[in-house]
Design a protein around this ligand. Structure first.
Ligand code: ADP
Length: 254
């Protein structure tokens, strides 16, 4: 039920572990802090981490006559979350499904959640360009999707996958809002010097090559990592850190 959603944004990545769910959750939390009504939908069936990142793992979703009722993070009801993680009995349970079952579940996730009026719906997708993505892209044609944010790390192997992701978006007609380069250098907590553990500038070069905006570069920040599992917004908790500024800037592009 996406009729009442004003903006739908997909978060994609070529690889797992690059920070896609961290970016999705922090974007949703930043939008909430900015006064918007937000939904966060996790359709990463094989690695759903949004329930954990948002500190909602003990919550159960309920099914009403209208469909699934998402979990609200607080009484203001300004952030609603839905994830396959809520439907698993334990965090260690694995989804071992073939393509058609996954496709059916994703379709149900995209059509049967009772979102109330939302300004933004952020959709955290699985990494890659597989069956699940084709389903998402097909469903996105039926709704007004603003486009995709692609998350990468600066290493060449990750960037190579982003090029594939860009091609996939172009072929399936999804516009690209921009690229976020995560884990872009490590800022020493003692001396504040930034060390580029991986190569640097890859996200910028790629963004120029494929002619899409580079929305921001996020450093490796142990404080950002530590917010995972708390459901707290970087922009509120770490207002002095680079990442919080980057998230505020990304939101300005939406
Ligand atoms: P993905 O969704 O791409 O698989 P996650 O968002 O789950 O990746 O991130 C993988 C791990 O890296 C998590 O433990 C997360 O807390 C950590 N992480 C992600 N981005 C950062 C960052 N900028 N600084 C520190 N830790 C990060």
């Amino acid at each position: 039920m996406l009729e009442q959603v004003k903006h739908v944004i997909l978060v994609l990545s070529g690889k797992g572990g690059v920070g896609k769910s961290t970016v999705s959750t922090q974007l949703a939390l930043t939008l909430k802090e900015s006064g918007f009504k937000v939904g966060l939908l996790d359709i990463d069936l094989c690695g759903p981490s949004v329930a954990y990142l948002m500190n909602l793992e003990d919550k159960d979703v309920h099914q009403s006559s209208e469909g699934w009722v998402p979990i609200y993070t607080d009484s203001t009801k300004s952030l609603a979350v839905m994830s396959i993680g809520f439907l698993l009995k334990s965090r260690n349970d694995a989804i071992i499904w073939r393509g058609p079952k996954k496709t059916a579940m994703i379709r149900q996730f995209l059509s049967d959640v009772c979102w109330e009026e939302l300004d933004y719906l952020i959709i955290d997708t699985p990494p890659g360009t597989s069956d699940e993505h084709i389903t998402v892209m097909e469903c996105m044609r039926e709704v007004k999707c603003d486009g995709a944010i692609i998350v990468t790390t600066p290493q060449e192997v990750a960037l190579e996958d982003v090029r594939k992701e860009v091609t996939f978006c172009k072929k399936t007609g999804i516009s690209i809002i921009g690229i976020v380069e995560n884990m872009s250098g490590f800022v020493c907590p003692n001396c504040a010097e930034c060390t580029n553990i991986f190569s640097s500038g890859g996200g910028k070069a790629l963004a120029e090559l494929v002619k899409v905006p580079l929305l921001g570069t996020l450093p490796i920040d142990p404080r950002v990592g530590a917010l995972g599992g708390t459901g707290k917004a970087c922009v509120k908790e770490l207002s002095d850190c680079t990442s919080s500024i980057v998230f505020k800037d990304i939101v300005k592009h939406l």
